[in-house]
Design a protein around this ligand. Structure first.
Ligand code: GRF
Length: 224
């Protein structure tokens, strides 16, 4: 099966997927493309240095808007969908992807709109996202820091990480895997973050394997 991974940063979760390719953890699966919205994302280097090397592509939003005056963020999302769907992936994984997609990307990925005018609607492609918090706890950016702060204030005793289906509302899709992670009193945020990333690396592979095993995704109404 073919997977496309979208990243914005160091790509340590991408690395976990690279290492799991064609192992019992992620059988007969290969990453066909790594796409980033940041040219400097180290994850692009991880893909290039993989053995065999994994094709990469990037398109940053601001340069795109400057180079295509009149085009909007929605056009950018459609352009990203076009590049990603051209690979005909079975699964799209957002692994440390720091850009909130509008409906345009999901309409195309879920086959609700044709890529090209007049084209047959495509089979829906599953889209999953990794988020370092428990469902509904710290949606959006800086979830780890916000959880750590809440712990310091005694508001929570534990946090966690999850992989969920991507829907229109940020980080609100059906959770596929949720792992609770206890916070140890007095531990520095670096140790806390390290603990969370370790769990992320496990569940990103497990979630990918599970979604790839399920039958072809039904036309996704839930995200509407
Ligand atoms: C991870 O914590 C991910 O959940 C969050 O950003 C971080 C990216 O890590 N969205 P990496 O780029 O996979 O190392």
């Amino acid at each position: 099966r073919k997977v496309v991974v979208l990243i914005s940063g160091s790509g340590s979760n991408l690395q976990a997927l690279i290492d799991a390719q064609n192992t019992p953890a992620l059988p007969n699966t290969r990453i066909a493309l790594v796409f980033s919205n940041r040219k400097a994302a180290y994850g692009l280097t991880r893909a290039t240095q993989a053995n065999p090397p994994i094709p990469t592509s990037y398109l940053a939003l601001q340069p795109y808007l400057k180079a295509n005056l009149g085009k909007t963020r929605a056009d950018y999302d459609v352009e990203v969908a076009r590049v990603v769907l051209r690979e005909n992936p079975d699964l799209i994984i957002l692994a440390g992807w720091m850009h909130i997609f509008g409906e345009g990307f999901l309409d195309l990925a879920y086959g609700l709109k044709p890529l090209e005018e007049g084209e047959e609607p495509r089979t829906p492609v599953s889209v999953i996202n990794l988020h370092p918090a428990l469902p509904g706890a710290f949606d959006g950016a800086n979830a780890i820091e916000r959880a750590f702060e809440a712990f310091q204030k005694g508001e929570i005793t534990q946090t966690g990480v999850m992989v969920h289906r991507v829907v229109k509302d940020v980080d609100r899709g059906e959770p596929l895997i949720v792992k609770e992670v206890p916070i140890t009193k007095g531990e520095p945020i670096e140790a806390f973050e390290e603990k969370l990333h370790k769990v992320e690396h496990e569940i990103i592979v497990q979630a990918a394997a599970r979604v790839l095993e399920e039958a072809k995704p039904q036309r996704v109404r839930a995200y509407l």
